[in-house]
Design a protein around this ligand. Structure first.
Ligand code: UD1
Ligand code: CA
Length: 458
């Protein structure tokens, strides 16, 4: 449960120059989720309110995260992480929270547990707590300075770090995750200066300011915190994605999912795969997909926000997006189910069938080469090869209704809006522009004539 007295601020206004991408860095994704989405998930698991400081590419960030909209704060010029927090401070104050968590938007592997730990430490009466890690190579991260008794003295950014002045490098670095007592640190936040190599207001300088003022400051060192560090390059992004992927797959295997070729299976952090579900790699299960017990996904499939009920089966090379398969339904090989496609119990779609905003009733079948858009298809109907619902007239979309037990002959065009009744039959090759009543045979095609002697010699 999120803590009512806690607010979180995510710093997400930077450009991310080292990614070499036009996209704002926090929109780069891992396993189908943006870095910002992952950080926001950790933040909102712990804090009742979440603010996000945006700036560079803010329109794109806003568009990608409508769920965070209420908490956006603009930092027009990116004058540093300390300045970013200053921009959000009025709203932090107004929230009435006693504790403020600060998270960097480029630390997608941050976990709710790590954030919770930090908050718990702060609640023991500390004014400023931050999470540190020890690395074999401290690289470009901020160095934690400690005194003779191990007490924290401050953080020095890599650019400003000078062994002669600051002592030998201990390899302890700042992860960028802070928890601040709102009342205690306010004065010091606005006392930051840009007297450093980058000419920025660093949130990290807050540490030394608070130490000098006699506030209680603590660095919570976690041995596994290396993964919580920020991502600054494509290589680091790929490594983080790979490690998150491996962790998720290992967790699913341990919980009892059947996974073939686990090294090539990708499951997004928000997808649910129940014990007893079966996946074969390579495949990707992304977004808020749910794969129930006994459901199967074969190789070369991608599912995004898809739901497979118990015993549903997605065969090779199929793509599903916001689609649902009920118990015993089968899709593929080579099926494409777009948003709003729904297969009810035991329904089947075969190869090269595309569905969009369409429901296939219980036991209905569309086995080959078909487009079903804006269509409602009754139980046990049979949709022949090459059936096309002509749902778009160039301006508007229209519905096609096909009754229970109807039979649509191959290569039929159903020009919507149109209804084919229950138990009706449509002759192969028809262009159906008028409703076909229940139980009737509808046929709409040129008649065949055979002209003797007009063929060629055998
Ligand atoms: C920061 C820390 C460093 C730490 C590292 C951990 C500072 C000064 N340094 O360095 O000690 O080891 O994270 O990953 O804080 N941002 C803004 N507005 C700005 C500048 C940055 O919102 O004006 C955001 C960025 O979008 C990013 C986050 O703050 O999400 C961190 O900024 P970044 O430039 O990546 O800081 P680092 O140099 O990695
Ligand atoms: Ca960073």
């Amino acid at each position: 449960m999120p803590h009512q007295n806690t607010i979180a601020v995510i710093l997400a206004a930077g450009k991310g120059t080292r990614m070499h991408s036009d996209k704002p860095k926090v929109l780069q994704n891992l396993l189908g989720e943006t870095m910002l989405g992952l950080v926001a998930h950790a933040a909102s698991s712990v804090a009742a309110q979440v603010l996000t400081v945006v700036g560079h590419g803010q329109d794109l960030v806003r568009k990608a995260h409508p769920g965070l909209a209420e908490g956006f704060v603009l930092q027009e010029r990116q004058l540093g992480t300390g300045h970013a927090l200053q921009m959000a401070w009025e709203r932090v104050r107004a929230s009435g929270a006693s504790h403020c968590l600060v998270l960097n938007g480029d630390t997608p592997l941050v976990t709710p547990e790590a954030v919770e730990d930090l908050l718990a430490t702060a609640q023991t009466g500390q004014d400023l707590v931050f999470l540190s890690a020890r690395l074999p190579d401290a690289g470009a991260f901020g160095r934690v300075l400690r005194g003779p008794d191990g007490e924290v003295l401050g953080i020095v950014e890599a650019k400003d770090y000078d062994p002669e002045r600051h002592g030998p490098d201990s390899g302890e670095v700042n992860t960028g995750l802070f928890c601040l007592s709102v009342d205690a640190i306010e004065n010091y936040l606005f006392a930051l200066t840009d007297a450093n190599r980058a000419g920025e207001l660093y949130i990290t300088d807050l540490v030394a300011l608070c130490v000098e003022a006699g506030l209680s400051v603590h660095a919570l060192r976690r041995e596994d915190a290396g993964s919580l560090l920020g991502i600054n390059s494509p290589l680091e992004l790929a490594q983080a994605e790979q490690s998150l992927r491996a962790d998720i797959v290992a967790r699913l295997l341990a919980s009892g999912c059947l996974i073939h070729q686990p090294e090539s299976v990708v499951v997004g952090p928000f997808a649910v795969v129940e014990p007893g579900a079966e996946l074969t790699g390579p495949c990707r299960i992304l977004g808020a997909s749910t794969i129930a017990r006994g459901a199967r996904v074969e190789a070369f499939c991608q599912l995004t926000d898809a739901v497979l009920e118990p015993g549903a089966w997605v065969r090779e090379f199929s793509h599903l997006e916001s689609a649902r398969l009920a118990t015993g339904a089968i899709a593929g090989p080579y099926a494409r189910l777009r948003p709003g496609a729904e297969l009810m119990e035991g329904a089947r779609v075969g190869n090269f069938v595309e569905m969009k905003k369409s429901v296939l009733g219980p036991g209905a079948k569309a086995s080959h080469l078909t487009y079903l858009g804006d269509a409602d298809i009754g139980a046990r109907a049979n949709i022949g090869a090459g059936t096309i619902t002509c749902n778009y007239d160039g301006t508007n979309k229209h519905k096609t209704e096909i009754g229970a037990g109807a039979f649509i002959g191959s290569n039929t065009a159903l020009v919507a809006p149109v209804r084919v009744g229950q138990g009706a039959v449509v002759g192969a090759g028809s262009v159906i522009t008028k409703d076909v009543p229940d139980g009737a045979l509808g046929i709409a095609r040129g008649r065949q004539s055979n002209l003797p002697g007009h063929g060629k010699k055998p």
